[in-house]
Design a protein around this ligand. Structure first.
Ligand code: ADQ
Length: 482
C-alpha cells in the first residue's frame, strides 16, 4: 500500500458490507474477498491509498470472545466489523434497502412501504454512526457508500459533534437517482435526502443523476440550488458532483497473460470454432434486464434462422439477494425462459443459449470476456455497469463489440463506442445484436479504440483519488464555494 492520503489525514471508507465475507470453518473464523460493483470500484484505490474499511461482516457473532476473533481475522485487511444481529441486518438489507429503496432508485413501480424495515434501516444507520464516531480521529475523511446508508451522514455528524470531533464526510451513490416525481413514491423521502445532505461532498455516477438529486432537493426541501454543483440547506453548503467510477484495467490485462488463462482461451476458441460468441455477465437482478435479454435473444434467433448453430449466448447470472422473494421468482422465470429458448432453437449440434446461474472464478471470467465477439448488456436501469468496462479491458486485437442498453449509466459515456438500444424493444435488440455481429472491421476498430481510451482514462483509482482530493479540499476550506 502507498502513502496515506493528503496531509496525512486518516481515510475511512464505510459500506454496508465489508469487502470480505467472514465464515466459521472448523470453529475458526476465516475471511475471503467478496465480489460486486462496489468492491471492484474500490479495489483499484488500494494500490495508492491506505484506508480503514467499516462495515457489517455478513454473519451474526454474539459471543464477545468470538467477536474478538472476527476482529482479528479482519485486522490484516484494515477492515473493522460492525456487528448486527441477524434479524436486524435482514430487515435493513433485504427488508428496506433491497425491497423498498433499491426499486424506487431504479424506477420500479408498485413498491409497498412498511414501517418495520424502515425502523431497522434507521437503527442500523445509528449503530454505524455510533461505531464510526467512536473510533474516528478528528480531522479524518469519512467516505460513506451507497443507498444502505443514506441516513448515516446526518447521524454521524451529530455524534461526532457530541464528541467534539470534526471530520469531512463524503457520500457516493452507486445507483441512479430518479428523475422528477419518482422519489415521492417513498413516504420517508425527506429523511433520506436530508440524511445525505449532511455530507460535505456527494458524488453521483452521471450528470443526469446529479441533476435529478439537485432538482429533488429544490422541490422537496426548498434548498437553494442556483449555483452549479452546490446545494445550500440549513446553513450548510454541500458540494455535488459527477465522479466517473471505473475498474482497474491492469488487473484484467494481467490476468489474460497468465498461462492457465491463455490455455483456457485456447480451449474456448477451439470449442467455439466457427461460432460467434455473445457474452453476458450480470448479477441476477431485475435491473439488469435479464428477462428482456433472453426474450430479445429469442427474437434474434427467430429473425435469423440462417445463423442456427452459428451463434451462442453465454449468460452468467451471478446469484444475488437470494433471501428476497422477488429475486427467487426472477430466477424461476429465467430458468423457464432459458429452457423454452433451447427447446425451440436447439439442434443435435448444440444449444444457442448457455445460461449459468452461478458465480465464476475471476480467471474464467476474463477468459470468457476475451473470447466473446459481442458483449450484450440490457440493464433497464443501472448506476453505471462495470461489466461494460471489464469486457473492453479484456478485448485486445479481437475488437469485440459492446451492445449496451441506453439505460445503463455507462451509456452516458460509451454510446459512441457501442451499439445502443432500448431494452424493452425486442426488435431493436435483435437488430442491435445482428449489427454488432456484422460490423465492418474498420468501424469495430474505431469503436473499440474509443472505448479502450475511455476505460484506460477513467480507472477506479482515478475515481477514488479525485473524490478524496475534493473531500479533503472541503475539509480545508469548508465555507468556500465548490
Ligand atoms: P453491481 O450492480 O454489482 O454494482 P456492476 O457494475 O455490473 O454491478 O458490477 C458487477 C461486478 O461484479 C463486476 O465488477 C463483475 O466483475 C463482478 N462480478 C460479476 N460476476 C462475477 C463473478 N462471477 N465472480 C466475480 N466477480 C463477478 C453496483 C451498481 C452498478 C455500479 C456499481 C459500481 O448497481 O450500477 O456500476 O455498483 O458503482
Amino acid at each position: 500500500m502507498g502513502s496515506i492520503t493528503d496531509e496525512k489525514r486518516n481515510l475511512i471508507i464505510v459500506s454496508n458490507r465489508l469487502p470480505l465475507s467472514v465464515k466459521q470453518v472448523d470453529g475458526a473464523y476465516q475471511s475471503s474477498l467478496s465480489s460486486g460493483g462496489l468492491v471492484t470500484s474500490l479495489s483499484g484505490l488500494t494500490k495508492s491509498t491506505k484506508f480503514q474499511w467499516f462495515g457489517w461482516p455478513g454473519i451474526e457473532v454474539k459471543d464477545p470472545k468470538d467477536r474478538e476473533d472476527v476482529q482479528r481475522s479482519l485486522e490484516a485487511h484494515n477492515a473493522i466489523p460492525i456487528f448486527l444481529d441477524s434479524s436486524l441486518a435482514h430487515e435493513h438489507y433485504n427488508g428496506f434497502s433491497n425491497r423498498i429503496l433499491w426499486p424506487v432508485l431504479h424506477y420500479q413501480s408498485g413498491v409497498v412501504f412498511d414501517e418495520t424495515p424502515w425502523q431497522a434501516y434507521r437503527r442500523v444507520n445509528e449503530l454505524f454512526a455510533d461505531a464510526i464516531a467512536e473510533s474516528a480521529d478528528s480531522g479524518s475523511l469519512i467516505w460513506v457508500h451507497d443507498y444502505h446508508l443514506m441516513l448515516l451522514p446526518e447521524l454521524l455528524r451529530d455524534r461526532l459533534k457530541q464528541r467534539g470531533k470534526s471530520c469531512a464526510i463524503g457520500f457516493s451513490l452507486h445507483t441512479p437517482f430518479p428523475a422528477g416525481d419518482f422519489w415521492r413514491n417513498l413516504p420517508v423521502r425527506k429523511h433520506l435526502i436530508e440524511g445525505m445532505l449532511s455530507s460535505d461532498l456527494i458524488g453521483f455516477h452521471t450528470d443526469e443523476y446529479k441533476q435529478n438529486f439537485i432538482d429533488t432537493c429544490a422541490s422537496l426541501l426548498n434548498a437553494r440550488t442556483e449555483i452549479p454543483n452546490q446545494i445550500q440547506y440549513k446553513n450548510r453548503l454541500v458540494c455535488i458532483n459527477k465522479f466517473i467510477v471505473g475498474i482497474d484495467p491492469e488487473k484484467f490485462t494481467d490476468s489474460l497473460q497468465k498461462p492457465d488463462v491463455q490455455e483456457r482461451i485456447r480451449s474456448l476458441k477451439e470449442r467455439y470454432k466457427g461460432v460467434k460468441v455473445i457474452v453476458g455477465v450480470d448479477r441476477l437482478d431485475h435491473i439488469k434486464g435479464l428477462t428482456q435479454k433472453l426474450k430479445g435473444f429469442d427474437a434474434f434467433l427467430d429473425d435469423h434462422p440462417e445463423l442456427q448453430n452459428k451463434v451462442v449466448l453465454i449468460q452468467v447470472a451471478v446469484p444475488s439477494r437470494e433471501d428476497v422473494k422477488e429475486y427467487q421468482d426472477l430466477e424461476t422465470e429465467l430458468c423457464t425462459i432459458a429452457g423454452k429458448i433451447n427447446g425451440k432453437h436447439a439442434t443435435p449440434e448444440g444449444t444457442p443459449l448457455l445460461y449459468m446461474h452461478r458465480s465464476v472464478p475471476f480467471n474464467e471470467l476474463t477468459a470468457l470476456y476475451s473470447v466473446a465477439d459481442v458483449c450484450l448488456l440490457t440493464s433497464t436501469r443501472d448506476g453505471m455497469n462495470l461489466v461494460a468496462f471489464e469486457y473492453v479491458a479484456c478485448q485486445e486485437e479481437r475488437h469485440g463489440v459492446l451492445v449496451l442498453s441506453e439505460f445503463a449509466g455507462a451509456a452516458s459515456f460509451m454510446t459512441n463506442g457501442s451499439i445502443p438500444f432500448h431494452p424493452a424493444n425486442k426488435t431493436e435488440m435483435s437488430e442491435a445484436i445482428f449489427n454488432a455481429l456484422n460490423l465492418d472491421p474498420a468501424e469495430r476498430k474505431a469503436k473499440y479504440e474509443y472505448l479502450r481510451g475511455f476505460v484506460n482514462a477513467n480507472t477506479s483509482a482515478k475515481w477514488g483519488e479525485t473524490f478524496i482530493e475534493k473531500l479533503s479540499l472541503r475539509c480545508r476550506r469548508p465555507g468556500e464555494s465548490c
